[in-house]
Design a protein around this ligand. Sequence first.
Ligand code: ADP
Ligand code: MG
Length: 731
Amino acid sequence: MESLRFKAINDLTSSSNGKGLGRSTKITAIFNENVFTLKVAREFLSDEAFKSLASSVKGGKKIDRAVANQIASGIRQWAEAKGVTHFTHWFQPLTGSSAEKHDTFFTLKSDGTPIETFDGDTLIQQEPDASSFPSGGLRATFEARGYTAWDPSSPAFIMDIGEGKTLCIPTLFVSYTGELLDYKGPLLKAVEALGKNAVEVSNYFDKNVTKVTATLGWEQEYFVVDEAMFNARPDLVASGRTVFGHAPAKGQQLEDHYFGSIPERVYAFMRDFETESYRLGIPLRTRHNEVAPSQFECAPIFEEVSVAVDHNTLLMDIMDRVAKRHKLRVLLHEKPFAGINGSGKHNNWSMATDTGVNLLAPGKTPKTNLMFLTFFVNTIKAVHDYADILRASIASAGNDHRLGANEAPPAIISVFIGGYLTKVLEDVKQRVGDKFDEQDEAILKLDLHRSIPELLMDNTDRNRTSPFAFTGNKFEFRAVGSAANCANAMTVLNTIMAQTLGQFKKDVDALIDKGEKKEIAIMHVIREYIVSSEKVLFEGDGYSDEWHAEAGRRGLPNVRTTPYALDAMVTERAKHIFESNGVYTHAELEARHEIELEKYIKKVQIEARIMGEMATSHILPAAIRYQNVLIENIKGLKDVGLDGESYSNQKQILVKISEHISKVSDLVEKMIEARKKVNAITDTREKAIGYSEQVKEAFFDKIRYSVDKLELLVGDHYWALPKYREMLFLR
Ligand code: ADP
Ligand code: MG
């Protein structure tokens, strides 16, 4: 029987790849075509309904129930005009992807007359049958079920990929007792907390600021593989990464992929998912090859953080659906292939005022410079003070392969600011006197704005290894995993920033109350913050052993694995800052901690199972078949009377193969035993640690080592699993 592997290779080379590209359309002609924007709402809603919707969108106010029916029917009319028959409440559960449950507009009146309807109640609230979404014991403890509630701050949209068109209503997922069970709700709360405190601090410099929002521009990295290859790899199907596979002779050494042109077939796929994205209002702007073979990246123009998070979640879904149309698969896993680069999702983050100022853009005048320095230094202090929580926000089984390993970036949270700003902070710090004198003035008179080119030079070339880098007018949180929902990292970053700015305001006001001039008070607190947080600043090579040693001396946390990293979510400090900023209650934090641990356990459990299964039903049979061939060969040579010399090489190979065969089957047995033991642990945290240490660390690399050796030793024809070179280079 032909193996899936050879069938995949055959299909690939015999089919004409690279579907014909459709005619180019202007992006502006299709942008937002499938979104119920305020502009569309104006057309479909009465004045009253429109006003209510607009104020909910802008002011985050609750929808007036009295007009909900009108809004719902307006949305339905718009959707039906576009051929939509079904609707769904769309939300972002803690499983990491998006969730939907489709319902139709169609219904029967009491007399049996069929009609299409969509009323306000259905728009505002739904009860998905969501008992299987993770709730970390929340619903068990508090309430058995949850509901989805409309979030008018994100617009409704139409998903038009695959079968039929569906109207999607963005919602939050809430338990009956009010605990949030999704990613989006806490993010909105964190942004609100940040906004409030950032406005107060901005008002030191400009009284006209009434609103501050966080901005996010993500950069999504991903791999693309052929669908038939994907299907022939049970590990990719089950866990999103390859658990076995020998490094190809040619990997990424030449870096030719990075500079090369985008392969035709992938290009067609990109154009296609970009078109779908534009229709949904996702402002994609760049696409390019990444360092590893078959690795790519796309990035949009930055947006308000909650919109950007929705768009990233949507994009991941769209990429997945569109890839199938092209007989490709997108791998969003952080480390789908050992030995070559993994994927991240850089989160470019800043804050913007309603007066149009980017609070992390260096200023032109002393006043705007002081404002910049304030927000800049507060960010550094926030990251310094709450590095552990920030680390927890990006912890996942997949991301452990990047952060814990010798690859970008390390699990140590540090901040890169570049030589120029290091010097500026150093100068500010030197001015430790109590008075505000000419030298302080001199610092503030620096035209930081004009040195932006210098900052960029400084900050784009040398920061590759830093998890948190200042890049000219924003910070780039580079440690976020490619498969993650950015909301987690953004909720934490905005909360710790809200907390720090709140403290900053208190500290400055205390000095002003003592009669200090405002600017002097601000400068004074900035100085204090620089001194108390400078140990988080690091300009060197984040991958180096020296940095690990140095970070240890500085007392910076370096937590390599998820089960331990997650501890930071439930410390008293964490509970305090999340609660006092109105982001998470203690119960919600405990629940999330539990959910993340459970996710980790399940991921590692699946990997362990698939390893065992593949070893037993793919690897060993191939190795044993080839072993028999060698045995027959040796026997034959002996039979015809040749001496030992003539088959000594075959014997050597046979010995090696036999050794690896027994190692693999032995280790797999032992791993199953270890898993049984760990499965019996009742405490979730202990169980996660068990999976990390007694299953993953104790066995994965060892089993893989022997399997990968066998891949090299066993005749190619006998090997049933697509090899790295085939998955990475054939398309
Ligand atoms: P690169 O990092 O590749 O040099 P850019 O500096 O243009 O590219 O930006 C990278 C990402 O940062 C883009 O997604 C962009 O939208 C985003 N970005 C730029 N300015 C901001 C900002 N003020 N807030 C948030 N994201 C931003
Ligand atoms: Mg970048």
